[in-house]
Ligand binder design. Structure first.
Ligand SMILES: Nc1ncnc2c1ncn2[C@@H]1O[C@H](COP(=O)(O)OP(=O)(O)OP(=O)(O)O)[C@@H](O)[C@H]1O
Length: 313
């Protein structure tokens, strides 16, 4: 592994008239990362991804992919990058297999025919499509089209995969299969940069998270750092007021019946509260999840719990 970032941007900016769709973004994706690029719809993810691939020209700042400047080094960089950008394009009247074959044949260094055939079978199986399926792509569901897009991104055994909303249109089973596939590719050495508005998806597979909020990168950190222990204990008590009075400055936050208390010893805290006649319904170490971290970074009010998973949509 080299120390050089696989993706690096400096003050990357895209303006559309008055709108700063992407505003001074400094991304850093290390080799071997699964980098989750989170943001609400319209926050600028797709525009950023397109700039990484040289499909949209920045109005300011710099992009380096695999150590080379984009879009200048496009012809060297892109053959080493597998990309799936919103709405994977395909010839609707042809089968998935034929689409892959044409796509590869059109590449700068197309594989010999027999090798291409083998590789197509391999990638179709990898993404869960039947290599024998002769139906035209127009008969495909959105999920199948998404899988086909991923298959074409994999044809060249890329060093880097750049995927914009790769699980779009997939059901939970499909999402889980794609996650397993991406993790296997990553374990075999592929760096993965994927955008998503699904917190749960990012939390389950990424090593590093970047959060875009109205064009600005408001957070970029390793997931294990973000989710490390807080040193706080969450206490749920119907006597929250009494507990707050008893504990004084150790209480750092009160939200209804839930208190956050700075304490090293949860069991000791429990004894202290119960000994003073405070009823304790539940007590345990306070662990932030990614949703809370992202909401704090984005200064957005939490959504109702039922929207938990898709809170950024
Ligand atoms: N070609 C364009 N001309 C004008 N404005 C644009 C253009 N492309 C994107 N925008 C605007 O830039 C902002 C960022 O859009 P972008 O598609 O990058 O967001 P996103 O995070 O990918 O959202 P989504 O998940 O909905 O695709 C939006 O306000 C969008 O309307």
């Amino acid at each position: 592994m080299s120390d050089q970032p696989v993706i690096r941007t400096r003050a990357l900016t895209k303006r559309y008239g008055e709108l700063r769709a992407v505003d001074a973004v400094d991304l850093e994706v290390a080799e071997g990362d699964v980098y989750g690029f989170l943001g609400a719809n319209g926050s600028g993810k797709t525009t950023t991804v397109r700039m990484l691939l040289g499909l949209v020209l920045p109005t300011g700042g710099e992009v380096e992919v695999l150590g080379l400047p984009m879009p200048e080094a496009r012809s060297t960089v892109l053959p080493q990058v597998g990309a799936l950008v919103e709405g994977p394009g395909a010839y609707d009247h042809l089968s998935g297999r034929l689409n892959l074959s044409l796509l590869d044949a059109a590449g700068p260094d197309a594989l010999p025919r027999a090798q291409r055939r083998r590789r197509i079978d391999e990638v179709l199986e990898q993404v869960g499509l039947d290599p024998g399926d002769r139906r035209p792509v127009k008969a495909y569901s959105l999920g199948m089209r998404q899988r086909l897009g991923l298959a074409s991104a994999l044809m060249r055994r890329p060093r880097l995969l750049v995927l914009d909303e790769p699980t779009n249109g997939l059901d939970p089973q499909g999402i889980s299969e794609i996650r397993t596939l991406l993790l296997a590719l990553n374990a075999a050495g592929t760096t993965i940069f994927l955008s998503s508005h699904l917190l749960a998806e990012i939390e389950q597979m990424c090593t590093t998270v970047g959060v875009l909020d109205r064009g600005r990168l408001v957070l970029q950190e390793r997931l294990d750092t973000l989710l490390r222990p807080t040193g706080l204990v969450a206490v749920h008590s119907p006597d929250a007021r009494a507990a707050t009075m008893l504990l004084g400055d150790a209480v750092v936050d009160v939200d209804g019946e839930r208190l956050l208390v700075r304490a090293d010893d949860a069991a000791g805290l429990n004894r202290h509260l119960v000994g003073a006649g405070v009823r304790v319904a539940r007590l345990g170490p306070y662990e932030r999840d990614l949703e809370q971290v992202v909401l704090e970074a984005s200064h957005v009010e939490p959504a109702p719990r039922r929207d938990r998973v898709e809170v950024l949509t």
